[in-house]
Ligand binder design. Structure first.
Ligand code: CU
Length: 693
């Protein structure tokens, strides 16, 4: 990545013309709102592998002698950046934010931003310079903004940008030096100073209604088959052998932690083949991983995939796995459901003999171990592969009928399982229960309403086209039964060919958003072929899909996942088509609300553990209409039965708001959650992390 490009010459031209006519320093306008700083690594304290501040780059162009340095002559902390130009006949130098879309601040077209930096400078030949990311045409020069007066002591310069041009989703900026001298900078800031406008504030074109996808310019280092959003904001991606028999034979098992703030990855030593394991988050934020792959099918057909009995705890604080005791049986494709007491139940999958596992596995959070067979209540039932088991408000588990591989279970294909008593009760009316292989199920927002939506599916054994069925159930009813929901909207196949009337999707991802809607994306007509380009928004308040949202340009069928990030965007990874390849591209979806005006800010939130039945006071910068806790994802095979949105009823007193947390741990099992607020325009805040227990 470099800045030696034609648009930079525009900078020289602008400098020659003179800056005074287009610039204004230190706008006096009041900034009433305490907005978040949008700059990544603003105080430059974190360094990258080259020793330069993370998210910043040494850039510039032309014929000049220069040095970049990290200096301890800092305004705050221990680090600042300096750029020295000792001779120059052409061009400039600048420490710039890198174009990496994880580092580049997100912006809203039409909005204005105050850019600020503390600096010292021995030359008047300096200027704020900004580049913009055009959603159609990529990165390009935007504008020069203001010069910084010579100063031997630290002072702060700020400048307000013009309105961001249409079709812009991110900008990067820095201070350019184009004369002999030394410029030292520290403590950058960038805040949205746009006041909310009444009515429709969106000026982002089609993104206002459809949202927009961005494919990252880098790939995941591992096959992202399993994903967990960690309470430090990072994302754990687990491959194990990654559905690659050669990797398995070589004993090459991989995981990586993705750091969205910087677009960087940390490779994680992986002790076993966690390919097609189960996982959920424990109350302390560690990820419990159970089972996985003990062997690939034999070439002679003598056995199929074999389930592993190992289990590990992944710790986000150290990015390491630690073994727990073994489970009682092997599990390839097990479920994992977090309970209201912090324990975990895991069911189903294949055992070490490639046959179905019937052991109920129970992890005690208090004892930090899997109970022995005789310590856990057993029904000796086979629940299939990745059975979607959701915790109900009374502590029972709802098997939604979503599963992987072939027909549904005998009976109605859905049931309620009471672990305490061992009873299993069939639940009626799931449509076409033998064609719900790789359907997706989601506990609709809010969790208090106890309604579940099940979407699509197919059958890899009969190889039918995936269907458009959806089913909705209200688990609060005395005798709950599924009812048909609206048909899944149609999309297009490769080459733009429209789907026929009955064709739907399997392996759909259903992602709960902070505005209380469910974003439905990805999937295919068959599980490892024929990706379908279709995305829609399901509104639980109306039981209807809004069709025609922007579609992920990357196919997302088998071994793909999509999940909510703490910034309110959706991340999608993975695709493992039948030819054995794997797509390592990352897509990020910005829903329409990202473009619908300034985002409300949570200024403060209690940092201690939030107890059940308590009220917690937060402060906000602007009016909000609702607040929620969303459990961070731990998703694979389009299945995350622990995903949930817990409504937080509010008592509002100006900018002080008391949030009332449910007294029922089965509504919000203990652990870390993302706290979101949403304003009247449906625009969510960035999340703050909250621990419930
Ligand atoms: Cu799999």
């Amino acid at each position: 990545m470099n800045w030696f490009r034609a648009p930079s010459r525009l900078l020289a031209a602008a400098v020659l013309i003179g800056l005074a006519s287009v610039l204004s320093l230190l706008p006096p306008g009041p900034v009433a709102r305490a907005d978040a700083n949008l700059v990544g690594n603003p105080s430059l304290e974190t360094l990258d592998a080259t020793g330069f501040p993370t998210c910043w780059s040494r850039s510039g162009w032309g014929n000049n002698n220069f040095t970049f340095a990290v200096t301890d002559q800092a305004h705050t902390g221990t680090r600042a950046m300096s750029v020295t130009v000792s001779a120059i006949s052409e061009g400039d130098r600048k420490a710039m934010m890198v174009e990496n879309p994880s580092c580049a601040p997100n912006v809203t077209p039409g909005h204005q931003y105050d850019l600020g930096a503390w600096y010292t400078s021995t030359t008047p030949n300096t200027v704020f310079t900004a580049f913009r990311h055009d959603v159609a045409n990529g990165w390009q020069y935007w504008t020069d903004l203001a010069a910084l007066p010579v100063s031997s002591v630290y002072q702060r310069a700020t400048v307000r940008t013009p309105p961001v041009p249409p079709n812009t989703d991110q900008i990067v900026w820095g201070v350019t030096i184009y004369g002999v001298g030394t410029l030292t900078t520290d403590d950058y800031s960038m805040v949205d100073v746009t006041l909310p406008t009444p009515g429709n504030a969106c000026s982002a074109g089609s993104a206002c209604a459809k949202g927009v996808w961005q494919v990252m310019p880098f790939e995941t280092p591992v096959r992202g088959i399993h994903a967990a959003v960690l309470h430090n904001g990072n994302v754990l991606l687990v491959a194990g052998s990654g559905n690659d028999p050669d990797a398995f034979a070589a004993g090459t098992f991989t995981s990586a932690v993705y750091q969205p703030q910087t677009g960087t990855f940390v490779n994680v030593p992986t002790p076993a083949d966690l390919f097609c394991s189960g996982h959920t988050q424990l109350p302390d934020g560690r990820v419990l991983v159970m089972g996985g792959n003990k062997d690939y099918p034999a070439a002679d057909g003598s056995h199929g995939y074999k389930g592993l009995d190992a289990s590990y705890l992944f710790d986000p604080a150290t990015n390491t796995y630690q073994a727990t005791n073994k489970m009682n049986d092997g599990h390839w494709y097990p479920s994992a459901t977090a309970l209201g007491n912090g324990d975990v139940i895991s069911l189903g999958g294949l055992g070490p003999d490639s046959g179905g596992t019937v052991a109920t596995e129970y992890f005690s959070n208090a004892q930090q171990r899997w109970l022995a067979l005789w310590e856990a209540n057993q029904t000796w039932s086979f629940w299939g592969l990745y059975p979607s088991m959701m915790l109900m408000q009374d502590g029972r588990l709802f098997y939604t009928g979503s599963h992987v591989f072939g027909n549904g279970l005998p009976g109605t294909g859905a049931s309620i399982y009471d672990y305490a008593s061992g009873s299993i009760t069939d639940i009626p009316s799931l449509q076409s229960k033998d064609q719900r292989d790789q359907s997706a199920s989601v506990l609709l927002p809010p969790a208090q309403d106890q309604r579940v939506l099940t979407i699509g599916g197919g059958n890899i054994e009969t190889n039918v086209d995936a269907n458009r069925y959806t089913d909705i159930i209200d688990l609060k009813q005395p005798s709950p039964a599924y009812k048909p929901g609206p048909l899944l909207p149609s999309g297009s196949l490769g080459g733009g060919q429209l789907q026929t009337g009955s064709q739907g999707k399997m392996y759909v991802s259903a992602v709960i958003l902070p505005d209380g809607k469910v974003f439905e994306t990805g999937g295919g007509l068959h599980n490892r072929a024929d990706p379908v380009y279709e995305a829609s928004m399901f509104n639980p308040a109306t039981n209807a899909f809004t069709p025609g949202l922007a579609t992920d340009p990357v196919p997302r069928t088998y071994h793909s996942s999509a999940f909510l990030l703490p910034d309110g965007r959706v991340m999608a990874v993975g695709d493992n088509p039948g030819n054995g390849t794997f797509d390592k591209r990352i897509s990020i979806y910005s829903p329409p609300y990202i473009f619908n005006g300034a985002r409300p800010q949570i200024l403060t939130a209690p940092t201690g553990t939030w107890g059940y039945g308590t009220s917690q006071r937060i402060t906000v910068d602007s009016p909000i209409v609702k607040a929620s806790l969303i459990r961070p994802a731990a998703v694979t095979h389009s299945s995350d039965p622990n995903q949930r949105y817990v409504e937080l009823p509010m008592t509002v007193n100006g900018g002080q708001i008391d949030l009332h947390l449910t007294s029922n741990p089965n509504i919000a099992p203990p652990g870390w959650y993302m706290l979101f607020t949403v304003n009247a325009a449906g625009v969510p805040s960035v999340a703050k992390w909250v621990k419930v227990g």
